[in-house]
Design a protein around this ligand. Structure first.
Ligand SMILES: Cc1cc2nc3c(=O)[nH]c(=O)nc-3n(C[C@H](O)[C@H](O)[C@H](O)COP(=O)(O)O)c2cc1C
Length: 212
């Protein structure tokens, strides 16, 4: 038996990514996001136009995608409700966001200059993808403020222990992406950490004792 319902969010489970983009003053902003998928060397990224990340990428399209593994979840969550933008919508304010110009310091993550683009990448990320935004497409209903950013990947950094003997492949048994599912963090199919984003969105708490 199925029911017709209208869920508040349709985030069925996608990898968590930290986007490095360049602020007007030349420093690097880190934008946590999870609406990301890849086809060939193109990445498609779903982001709100109200984020500092989209503001930066509209003006300065070079960026790095820092993929997040479960060891980074506490650092990631420390910046879950921070924005690099001084201005924010009332909705964001109500969810508990505040302005933070240095997300590396706030997260406790280490900056390393990227090789091809003028932003810092996240040293702790096992995988960093350097590239450039080629196009920004409005998506959703008129006024939704949502954008799909089309990125071409130009350089791929992978931690050695994640590579198969033939270095053209990343080992799916060893790469364990942190997944965001309905605003909650999961690793290896199980809950990974208490999510500040879920609390900001007033999602119902996970009933861990009732798991089947
Ligand atoms: C785990 C996680 C996943 C998120 N996924 C997205 C997303 O896919 N798209 C989006 O627009 N915002 C997403 N957000 C919210 C952004 O992080 C938020 O808009 C933030 O302000 C972006 O930072 P910035 O304003 O400094 O760019 C996510 C937040 C977290 C913590």
């Amino acid at each position: 038996m199925k029911r017709i319902v209208e869920p508040k969010v349709l985030y069925f489970g996608t990898p968590v990514v930290l986007i490095s983009s360049r602020n007007p003053d030349g420093t690097t902003n880190l934008g946590p996001m999870s609406s990301a998928w890849w086809l060939g060397y193109t990445a498609m990224l779903g982001m709100s136009a109200g984020s500092q990340t989209v503001r930066n990428l509209t003006e300065r399209p070079d960026c790095v995608l820092n993929l997040v593994d479960p060891d980074m979840v506490a650092a990631l969550d420390r910046i879950a409700l921070l924005t690099g933008s001084r201005e924010m919508s009332d909705a964001k304010w109500a969810r508990g966001y505040r302005y933070e110009p240095d997300k590396f310091a706030a997260a406790g993550l280490t900056r390393t200059p990227a090789e091809l683009v003028e932003v810092d990448l996240v040293h702790e990320s096992p995988i960093n993808l350097e590239g450039r935004i080629e196009a920004i497409h409005p998506i959703g209903e008129p006024g939704s403020n949502l954008r799909a950013l089309e990125m071409t990947i130009h350089r791929v950094h992978v931690r050695e222990d994640l590579l198969m003997a033939n270095e053209r492949y990343i080992d799916p048994l060893r790469w364990d992406p942190l997944i965001m599912k309905f605003t909650e963090y999961f690793a290896g199919g199980t809950p990974a950490y208490e999510s500040s984003l879920a609390r900001g969105w007033q999602m119902p708490p996970l009933q861990l004792d009732k798991q089947v």
